[in-house]
Write a protein that binds this ligand. Structure first.
Ligand SMILES: [Zn+2]
Length: 453
């Protein structure tokens, strides 16, 4: 790709997908010096209106809003391919045993490496749910937009003060990196790792400080067994730690309602094992959903009822989850998996058409993160967060339907431009903000060292 000039300039492509409006052939946007989109429309109309502005022609590409990854754990990127073929109740302890040996620098390295991949995949916004919060500094360095939800852990109600003190320390560390582009939130981890008392404390503090909340919920059948009946592998694991385990609620979603978390309209990560009553509760609360179809399938959890959630009016975006459960941050692939899995689940070829998937990957994600006023669609006045995807590869051509081409054929490696608020971060040849080559060397070496027994 040619080097971009200083704004203002016109960025033109064979296809433009504003998302808020149907796709255009030969479209363009005007990128302004304030990092916003000044105009969006047919290339001929924009060049006629701005004859003095330079035009950068991206060629056989689709230009669309930057992809929004509503759930990831960049801090865990060193664990790619390291925890294969385990059920979640074994996967989580294996992950903890591994990361217990990591230094803060290892989490920083992992986060940066994860963001290199995101930049190359056209992802412009990353919601990072993390214990270390390493993504806060990494997002800033990468120039990406994001939310860092700092995780709270503590299944023992007698130790809620300790869990809280530990969370406060990490929240303060992340707060130092907060900016207009990097927001922070809080995340009680999951029902098997958080006591009701800790849920209540997080909900109350989030309300006091106006902090956004994200939480893993209703991910597995085992989690439902724990919450509803105090049975199953999670109950056994908690009892083995000497904790008292009793039925807590009708369902995991109901547990959030009983502890005040649902009142915060949180971002619900997974929401696979939910029934009609849960869906109604989610919709009534205004909570949002992060749908992670590949991780849910890979860990053997099932398929979230996405058409039902969307039908109930729930705001929903797509997330990759961590590379330890996926194994890559390819949101186009995630969108394809979302469609295929729903169609397989419901035996219905009309579910999640490509246009709807592209909306979920962009505006849907922006809505799920409360950022739709700035990003998610290409409209004048919004920030120039965008990506361009080449559509001339042999796996994509001929392009009879640009939306289907993007969702069902294109992949992360076809991305040639990633830009946040008018600042190019990846230009099709190299990542411009992080030193990919230097990181690659260290990542290989350190991951190998850390995998030794
Ligand atoms: Zn997760």
């Amino acid at each position: 790709m040619t080097t971009l000039p200083r704004p203002p300039y016109l960025l033109a492509a064979a296809w433009l997908l504003p998302i808020a409006a149907p796709p255009l052939v030969d479209g363009a946007v005007r990128v302004d010096p304030d990092g916003r989109l000044g105009a969006v429309g047919p290339r001929s109309a924009l060049s006629a209106a701005h004859p003095a502005l330079p035009i950068v022609d991206l060629g056989p590409c689709a230009l669309l809003p930057g992809l929004v990854n509503v759930h990831a754990h960049p801090e865990l990127t060193l664990l790619r391919h390291a925890l294969e073929d385990l059920p979640l109740h074994s996967w989580i302890p294996a992950l903890r045993a591994r990361t217990a040996r990591w230094t803060p620098e290892d989490f920083d390295l992992a986060a940066r490496w994860g963001l290199v991949e995101a930049l190359r995949a056209g992802i412009t916004t990353v919601a990072a749910t993390e214990a270390s919060g390493a993504s806060a500094a990494a997002l800033r360095e990468a120039g990406l937009r994001g939310v860092v939800y700092v995780e709270a852990f503590g299944p023992d109600p007698a130790r809620v003060d300790d869990a809280w003190a530990d969370l406060e320390r990490r929240l303060a560390a992340v707060a130092r990196h907060a900016s207009e582009l990097v927001r922070m939130g809080v995340s009680p981890h999951a029902p098997y790792s958080v006591s009701d008392a800790l849920y209540r404390r997080v909900a109350a503090t989030a309300a006091e400080r106006d902090l956004d909340v994200a939480t893993h919920i209703a991910e597995s059948a085992a989690e439902v067994e724990l919450v509803r009946r105090a049975e199953g592998p999670w109950a056994a694991a908690l009892r083995a730690r000497g904790l008292t385990v009793a039925p807590r609620a009708r369902s995991p979603v109901d547990l959030l309602a009983r502890t005040g978390v649902l009142e915060r309209a949180p971002l619900l990560v997974h929401a696979v094992h939910i029934d009609e009553e849960d869906t109604a509760q989610i919709a009534a609360s205004g909570a949002r959903v992060a749908h992670c179809p590949v991780a849910n399938a890979k860990l053997g959890h099932g398929v979230a009822p996405v058409p039902e959630l969307l039908g109930a009016g729930v705001r929903l975006g797509l997330g990759t989850d961590s590379v330890a459960a996926n194994n890559r941050l390819d949101l186009l692939d995630e969108g394809r998996a979302a469609t295929l899995l729903q169609r397989a689940r419901c035996a219905d070829a009309t579910l999640l058409p490509a246009r709807q998937v592209l909306r979920l990957l962009t505006l849907g994600g922006a809505e799920a993160l409360g950022w739709a006023d700035r990003i998610g669609s290409l409209e004048p006045g919004k920030d120039a967060d965008l990506c361009a995807v080449r559509l001339d590869g042999p796996h994509v051509r001929p392009v009879a339907d640009v939306e289907a081409a993007l969702v069902h054929a294109a992949r992360a490696s076809d991305v040639v431009l990633t830009m946040v608020r008018g600042r190019p971060l990846y230009d099709g040849r190299r990542v411009l903000t992080l030193d990919e080559a230097a990181l690659a060397d260290v990542v290989e070496r350190r991951a190998t060292e850390l995998s030794q027994p």
